[in-house]
Design a protein around this ligand. Structure first.
Ligand SMILES: [Zn+2]
Length: 491
C-alpha cells in the first residue's frame, strides 16, 4: 500500500465514521488517523529492514549464546608460538599490531608492519590509517566486534589514547594463557575446538585441553619422493625412519599412509583435512595405479607437471578410501584459495565414487555457496557443509548461504567453525556466526515460516549437535556439563 492509497481510503471511510463529531473533533481525529496510517507502513518497513532490532532476534540470539559450541575448525598454535607474538619495548608479547597481523584482514589490505622493539606510538601513527578503506569489510568487522565486546573499545572511533590503552591491555592479557582459555571457552562459549596444525602436520599433538586433533593430509599427496618434504613434522619418510620402515615402492608408501592413519587415530584425530585448493585444482581424476607407480621414487625435477598431478590424484583417491576405512571424515577446503580451481563442483566425481566416505565441504565453497548446496542436495547422505570462515569473509553472503542451505538441505548437514589464529579472532568469528544465524532464523520466524522452537533447534544443531552426531567420539570429551571450570591449562 502506498501513501496515496492510504489517503484515499482514509478520506472515503474514516471521515464517514466521524460524521457525528464536531468539526474540531473531526480535524484532530483525522490528523491522528492520517499520521498513524502514514507512519505504520514506515515503521513496519524499518522493522523488516533491520531484523536485529526485533524482539525475536534478541531472543534467538540470547538462546544461541547459551549453546556451548563445537567449533570444527581453527589454527591455534601452541601458546608460546602464537603468530601474534611480537618483540616490544617491554619484551616479547602480543600487542595490537600482533593481533591485526595474525587476523585475516591482511588478505585484502596491506597492514603497517611491526618493527622489532619499536614504540607503540610510532607504529600507530601510521597503522591507524590502515583501516579507512575497510570499515565495511567483514574481515575488519569481526576483529572490531572482538575489541568492542572484550575490551569495550569502539575501533571505528578509537582515539590515540584508547589505542595505547588497548595495546597495553592486550600485552597484559597475554602474559600467560589464562586469557586465551577464558576468551575461547567462556566468552565465546566454545566447548571443543578442532585444531588444524598446519605448522606440524604429523606431530599429532593437541596443545589445548579443549582442542580436538585434526589429521592434516595435504602434503601426503606429494609423497612420490622424500625431497618434497622440508620439515620432519610434515615428512612421512621421517615418520617411516622413526619406525624402521623401508619405503621403496608405491605399495610401501600406501602401507605407510595406512600406518599414519592408525597413528593419527590413536593420538585422538577425529577427521582429515586438506588444503590442496591453495596449490592446485580440486579436480582429482581417477588414475590407474601403474601410472602412479611410474612416478613414485622420482624427484620433481625429473617429472612433468602432468605426472605430478597424476600421482597426487591417485593418492587423493587412496586418502578418500582410507578416510572411510578409518572412519575419519574428510574436511576439504573448497572455494577461495586458488580460485581457478577451487569450485566444489570439481569434487563431484570423487564424491560420487566414494559413497562410504564422509565429505565436509569447507567455507561453504565461497563464493560458490549455491553449488555446495546442490552437491549436498544430491549427495546428502555423505556430504556436509561447513560454514567455517564464511561469516568473517562475507557476512551478507553467509546470511544468504544459511538461508539457501536451509531451503535445500536438512538442517543436520550444516556445521560451523571460527577458522582463526588467536583468541580475539576466534571470539569475533564466533560472535559473527551467532549473529548471522540468529538473523536468518529470526527472519524465518517473523516471516511465519518457522516456529521459534524449531529455529532454536536448528541453531543448536549448527553450533553443536551436528558436530556431535558426525563425531560421536566427542561425547567423551565434553566437559561443560560436568563442571563450570575451564579445563586445566597445560602451560
Ligand atoms: Zn583454516
Amino acid at each position: 500500500m502506498n501513501h496515496m492509497m492510504v489517503l484515499r481510503s482514509f478520506s472515503s471511510n474514516e471521515v464517514k465514521a466521524h460524521r457525528g463529531c464536531t468539526r474540531a473533533c473531526q480535524a484532530v481525529a483525522c490528523m491522528v488517523i492520517l499520521a498513524a496510517a502514514c507512519l505504520t507502513p514506515l515503521l513496519l518497513g524499518a522493522q523488516t529492514l533491520d531484523i536485529k532490532q526485533t524482539a525475536t532476534y534478541r531472543r534467538v540470539k540470547a538462546y544461541l549464546n547459551t549453546v556451548p559450541a563445537i567449533d570444527t575448525h581453527d589454527h591455534l598454535w601452541p601458546f608460546d608460538k602464537l603468530p601474534a607474538f611480537v618483540k616490544t619495548e617491554q619484551g616479547r608479547g602480543v600487542n595490537l599490531a600482533g593481533l591485526w597481523r595474525s587476523s585475516y584482514l591482511k588478505r585484502i589490505k596491506t597492514l603497517t608492519p611491526w618493527k622489532d622493539g619499536q614504540k607503540f606510538d610510532a607504529w600507530w601513527t601510521q597503522a591507524k590509517h590502515d583501516f579507512q578503506d575497510v570499515r565495511a569489510a567483514s574481515l575488519y568487522r569481526y576483529q572490531a566486534v572482538a575489541f568492542q565486546d572484550l575490551y569495550g573499545i569502539d575501533f571505528d572511533r578509537i582515539t590515540d589514547a584508547q589505542a595505547r590503552e588497548l595495546n597495553s591491555r592486550i600485552y597484559h592479557n597475554y602474559r600467560n594463557s589464562d586469557w586465551l582459555y577464558d576468551v575461547i571457552t567462556q566468552k565465546a562459549n566454545i566447548e571443543l575446538m578442532f585444531n588444524d596444525p598446519y605448522w606440524a602436520r604429523l606431530d599429532f599433538r593437541t596443545d589445548y585441553p579443549f582442542g580436538v586433533l585434526v589429521f592434516n593430509v595435504t602434503l601426503l599427496s606429494r609423497g612420490f619422493h622424500p625431497s618434497e618434504f622440508k620439515e620432519p613434522t610434515d615428512d612421512p619418510y621421517y615418520f617411516a625412519r622413526e619406525k624402521n620402515l623401508k619405503i621403496a615402492s608405491l605399495d610401501d608408501y600406501l602401507n605407510l599412509l595406512d600406518l599414519l592413519f592408525q597413528e593419527a587415530k590413536k593420538k585422538g584425530a577425529v577427521c582429515l583435512k586438506t588444503t590442496a585448493a591453495y596449490s592446485r585444482s580440486l579436480l582429482f581424476e581417477s588414475v590407474p595405479k601403474d601410472r602412479a607407480a611410474r612416478v613414485f621414487g622420482r624427484a620433481r625435477s625429473e617429472l612433468t607437471e602432468a605426472e605430478v598431478k597424476e600421482f597426487e590424484d591417485y593418492i587423493m583417491w587412496q586418502l578418500v578410501v582410507l578416510s572411510a576405512k578409518h572412519d575419519l571424515p574428510f574436511q576439504i577446503h573448497t572455494g577461495d584459495a586458488r580460485i581457478q580451481g577451487s569450485n566444489p563442483m570439481l569434487l563431484v566425481d570423487l564424491i560420487e565414487a566414494h559413497p562410504q566416505t564422509k565429505f565436509i565441504l569447507f567455507h561453504g565453497g565461497y563464493p560458490w555457496v549455491s553449488e555446495t548446496a546442490a552437491i549436498v542436495m544430491k549427495h546428502g547422505s555423505h556430504v556436509w557443509i561447513d560454514s567455517c570462515w564464511l561469516p568473517t569473509v562475507s557476512y551478507s553472503m553467509a546470511k544468504r548461504a544459511f538461508h539457501e542451505w536451509l531451503d535445500v538441505a536438512p538442517s543436520d548437514r550444516i556445521l560451523w567453525g571460527a577458522d582463526e589464529h588467536q583468541a580475539e579472532g576466534i571470539y569475533g568469528a564466533t560472535e559473527m556466526t551467532r549473529r548471522c544465524l540468529a538473523e536468518v532464523l529470526a527472519e524465518r520466524v517473523d516471516g511465519g515460516d518457522l516456529t521459534e522452537e524449531h529455529a532454536q533447534r536448528i541453531g543448536k544443531q549448527i553450533l553443536r549437535d551436528n558436530a556431535l552426531a558426525l563425531f560421536p567420539q566427542l561425547q567423551n570429551r565434553l566437559w561443560k556439563d560436568k563442571s563450570k571450570l575451564t579445563p586445566e591449562p597445560k602451560q
